[in-house]
Design a protein around this ligand. Structure first.
Ligand SMILES: C=CCn1c(=O)c2[nH]c(Cc3ccc(NC(C)=O)cc3)nc2n(CCCC)c1=O
Ligand SMILES: [Mn+2]
Length: 583
């Protein structure tokens, strides 16, 4: 009787025959295994021990200077039909990609250990979870996957029961930027990554599996794999509403997932619970509501900007048992990055810190830590059925035009808000300031198939019996004429989430505008916040002419996905455009 592990064992044999490792190690995810991996990496220099008094169990990894972020131009979706990949992906024919990758993997693990990492994305006993196996020659990847996924024996047992798993093959190769590829084969449920040791390229459970492959799978199976945080908002009466939110980078997703309520709210008994900060898998439950899990078990967060003022919960979370990547170090061997007090003496490349060389910590430097270490971590993150989603929030960094918050009039309008979301670039990102980059549902680098088909899939959830979440759009970053931020943001954002929940509960009326529903006078609670009335007026201002231009630009953006753009979405854009023309 063939065991369901036969296909796994055969695949491991085939990979070993191609890569020719010195030894093969099947990972069990135990503490013993982790400790010996850490010792091995301290010996090899892959890890550097940090100050164990102030940061017990914390280590520093320095990647090679040319391997510090995802490489979108070397990331491919290899579907049989090029059109299925869409204009939002680089495409290569599967046969060509396999030829290229087989040549790179040939003998690449000679003298190395080949680690076999069975993992589960999501709670080990949840029907919403999915399993994968990553084969890698990087102990750093093993250590990170143990934190970021449910890795080891329990996952292997589930694979044995289920028989299906995503096959991920990774090698750091020679860390040569010229020989670096991240290939996705959605029809084969497989991923092949060569030449990078960095997070999003090498921890295959995260962006590669949980977003690119999973978004493709979710479309065929009727669920959603999204680039969203999941946060629970508990009111003084003890009722908790769960919100899923998608933002492009640099909007503070992790900060929102770990939000600390303003003083007055805390005193009244409001609590914020963290379920996830990056990825959300959602599917309709028996009652027609959308139920969500966080497929990850940890946070792979951006270190710079994480401070006592922006996210005290994150600082507490990473005070122990955390792996830091490409941060700086202080004189007493503590991890350091821009935004923290104190001074760095060694920069992310191990050089004596010199401001002339740029920031001490790399702008994309990261911490890898178990989600359970977060003071606001919600035990519901382990709930097999997931949490019911009351609201979906899209957002972006828009210095002008876009109000603080607006509610979609229905699901179709909400999908339009998500499709049109984006951020104006800041000088830090691209040098050009004020260029609007659309990033639909914040999935631009992660949607594993044609964006037009993805919008069609989103629209398909609006069907009889569905009890869909309300959809909102927020903008924390609107500026006044003086160039200053109009909204204090951070913990004060709870006031906006409170209004959303009041809308969900039918306790706020709101006021209709052509672009959506806005808080009516007095509905946004401002007590304890000295926000001048004219500032609130500016924050909620709907500039009709400006929005007519925006809707026109949205139409042009949507047309780039023709002919696979769903007509219903283009009609919704037209509806809003016409509503703006009515005086
Ligand atoms: C839950 C928090 C979400 N959030 C925000 O809501 C937010 N708002 C802003 C803009 C801002 C910056 C500084 C102030 N300072 C004072 C003193 O008001 C106010 C707003 N920055 C924000 N940031 C940081 C963005 C970079 C990752 C942010 O994360
Ligand atoms: Mn992300």
């Amino acid at each position: 009787m063939a065991s369901k592990l036969d296909s796994l064992e055969q695949w491991v044999k085939d990979v070993a025959a191609m890569t020719r490792p010195a030894t093969i190690h099947w990972c069990d995810g135990s503490d013993t295994e982790y400790r010996s991996l850490v010792q091995q990496m301290l010996q090899s220099g892959d890890l550097i021990e940090l100050n164990q008094q102030t940061h017990p169990g914390c280590y520093l990894h320095r990647s090679s200077p040319s391997d510090v972020a995802r490489v979108e131009h070397l990331t491919f979706v290899c579907t049989k039909d090029e059109a299925d990949a869409g204009p939002n992906n680089h495409w290569m024919a599967p046969a060509d990609a396999h030829t290229k990758m087989d040549a790179l993997f040939n003998g690449c693990m000679e003298g190395r250990t080949m680690y076999v990492i069975p993992y589960c994305m999501g709670p080990i006993d949840s029907p919403l979870s999915r399993c994968g196996v990553e084969i890698t020659d990087s102990p750093y990847v093993v250590a990170n996957m143990r934190t970021m996924t449910r890795m080891g024996a329990a996952a292997l047992a589930r694979i044995e029961r289920e028989g299906s798993f995503v096959k991920g093959l990774h090698s750091t190769g020679e860390l040569d930027p010229e020989r670096r590829f991240i290939m996705h084969f959605p029809e084969e449920l497989s991923i092949q990554s060569y030449g990078s040791g960095y997070g999003g390229n090498a921890l295959l459970g995260k962006k590669c599996h949980a977003l690119r492959i999973a978004s493709y799978q979710a479309r065929t199976e009727g669920w959603l794999a999204e680039h969203m945080l999941i946060v629970g908002i508990e009111n003084p009466q003890g009722q908790t509403h769960y919100i899923a939110a998608a933002f492009p980078s640099a909007c503070g997703k992790t900060n929102l997932a770990m939000l600390i309520p303003p003083e007055g709210y805390r005193k009244d008994g409001w609590r914020v619970w963290t379920v996830g900060d990056d990825i959300c898998w959602m599917r309709p439950g028996a009652d027609g509501r959308l139920y969500a899990i966080n497929p990850e078990a940890g946070f792979f967060g951006v270190a710079p900007g994480t401070s006592d003022s922006s996210n005290p919960n994150a600082l507490t979370t990473i005070a122990h048992d955390t792996i830091f990547t490409n941060v700086a170090v202080t004189a007493d061997n503590q991890p350091w990055w821009e935004g923290l007090p104190g001074t760095p003496i060694t920069d992310w490349q191990g050089r004596p810190y010199d401001p002339a060389n740029g920031p001490a910590a790399h702008p994309n430097s990261r911490f890898t830590v178990s989600a359970k270490q977060c003071p606001t971590w919600s035990a519901k993150a382990e709930d097999a059925q997931g949490v019911p989603i009351s609201a979906i929030v899209f957002g972006g960094r828009r210095p002008s035009l876009v109000p603080l918050v607006m509610e979609a009039r229905d699901w179709t309008h909400g999908v339009l808000l998500g499709a049109a979301m984006g951020s104006e670039t800041t000088a830090a990102a691209t040098g050009a300031v004020g260029v609007l980059r659309r990033d639909s549902m914040a999935m631009k680098p992660f949607c594993g198939y044609h964006y037009g088909d993805y919008f069609t899939h989103w629209l398909s959830f609006d069907k009889p019996g569905a009890k869909l979440p309300k959809i909102f759009h927020v903008n924390w970053f609107r500026k006044g004429k003086d160039g200053k931020f109009l909204w204090p943001g951070f913990g004060e954002n709870l006031r906006v989430l409170e209004w959303m929940i009041a809308r969900v509960e039918g306790k706020a009326r709101g006021t209709e505008t052509p672009i959506g529903m806005l808080p009516a006078n007095g509905e946004l609670k401002l007590d304890g916040l000295d926000l001048p009335r004219e500032t609130l007026v500016e924050l909620l201002d709907v500039d009709n002419a400006g929005w007519q231009a925006e809707l026109h630009a949205i139409g042009e953006y949507l047309d780039t996905f023709s002919p696979r753009l769903p007509a219903r979405l283009r009609q919704e854009q037209q509806r809003v455009a016409h509503a703006l023309e009515i005086p």
